[in-house]
Design a protein around this ligand. Sequence first.
Ligand code: PEP
Ligand code: MN
Length: 343
Amino acid sequence: MDISKDIIAGPCSVESRDQLLMTADELYSNGIKYFRAGVWKPRTKPGGFEGIGEPALEWLKEVKKTYNMKIAIEVANAEQTKLACENNIDILWIGARTTADPFAVQEIADIISNYKDKDITVLIKNPVCPDLDLWEGAYLRIKNTGVKNIGVIHRGFKVYGESKYRNEPIWRIPLDFKIKYPEVKMYCDPSHISGDKKYIEEISLTAIKTFGFDGLIIESHYNPSQAWTDAKQQIEPEDVATIVEYINKQTEKIDYDTSLLDTYRNKIDYYDTHIIYSLEERLKLSKLIGEYKRNHNMTTYQSQRWQSLLNNLINFGKEHNLDEQYIRDIWEIIHEKSIEVQK
Ligand code: PEP
Ligand code: MN
C-alpha cells in the first residue's frame, strides 16, 4: 500500500496491552505508519468506559518502539497534555468537545508552548457544533504557542434529530477553513462522521478526491465487534488498507496533454473579460439614465421597464440554453447595482 496522503489509523480507545499490540501489528503489516488510540475518553454521558489513562502510555511507547509508528492520542486538559509530551507522544489531537471550550484549549496551549521545540504535531478537530469561529479560535490559540506542525481534522457536526450520519459533514465549513488557512493540513475523520462502518469508504473518497484533503484518521480495531467504544464504526486493519487502495486507484494520476484544457481556459478568460467590459459600459449608461431621470423628475425604479427587460432576457436566454433561474439570479444583481448607481 502506498498513498501520498497521511493515513492515521488505530482503535477508538486503548483497552488492553494485547488489544493495542494486536491492532498495531495488523495495521503495521498493512502499511500504516501513524497509529491513533484514545487514552482518556470524553464520554457524552457518565457511566461508560472513560479510558485506561496513564498506564496506556507505556503500551503506546511499546507500539512506537516495536513498529516505528508515530503515535497519536487525544488530550483534553493541561495534565493530559503534559503527560503526552513527557512520554514522547508524536501527535496530540484536540477532540471535538474540547475545541468547543476556549478555556480548555488555552490550558492545553499553555502547556504545549513549553514543548514547542520538540517534534510534536497538534491536530485540532472541529468543534461539535457547526461553528467555524470556534474552530479557527482553537487553531489560533495553538498557533500562538509557536509549535511548528499543526493540522485540523474534520469530524462532522452534531445536528439534532434524525440523520444519515452520526455527525453531518457540512463540507462547506472545512472548505471555508481551507480557503482562510490554505497552509494548514486538513484531515478527515470518516469514522466519527459516519458512525457506521458502511459509510467510511464514501466519506473518505469525498474528502480526498472531491475536496483534496491531505489525510485521513480512521478508527480500526483487530476485532471491531468487541470494541469497548464506537464498535459500530471501527473497521479491521485490512479494511483500512482496502479503502486506501481504492482511493489510490480513484485518484491515480493519468498523464494527459494539458493543451486542450489550456485552450478551454483561455476561451473562458476571453469571455470573462468581455463580461467585465459589458458591465462597465452598462454602468456608464445607468449613470446617464440616472441623470436623465433626475432632470425629468422621474422615479428611479421603473417596475414595468424592469419586468419587460427581465422577461425579454429570460426568453432570449432560453433560446441560448440558459435557464430562467440563472438569468434571474444574474440580472437581479445587475439591476440592483444599476438602481444604486442611478440614485
Ligand atoms: C475520538 O477520536 O475517539 C473522539 C472522541 O473523537 P471526537 O472528538 O471527534 O468525538
Ligand atoms: Mn471514537
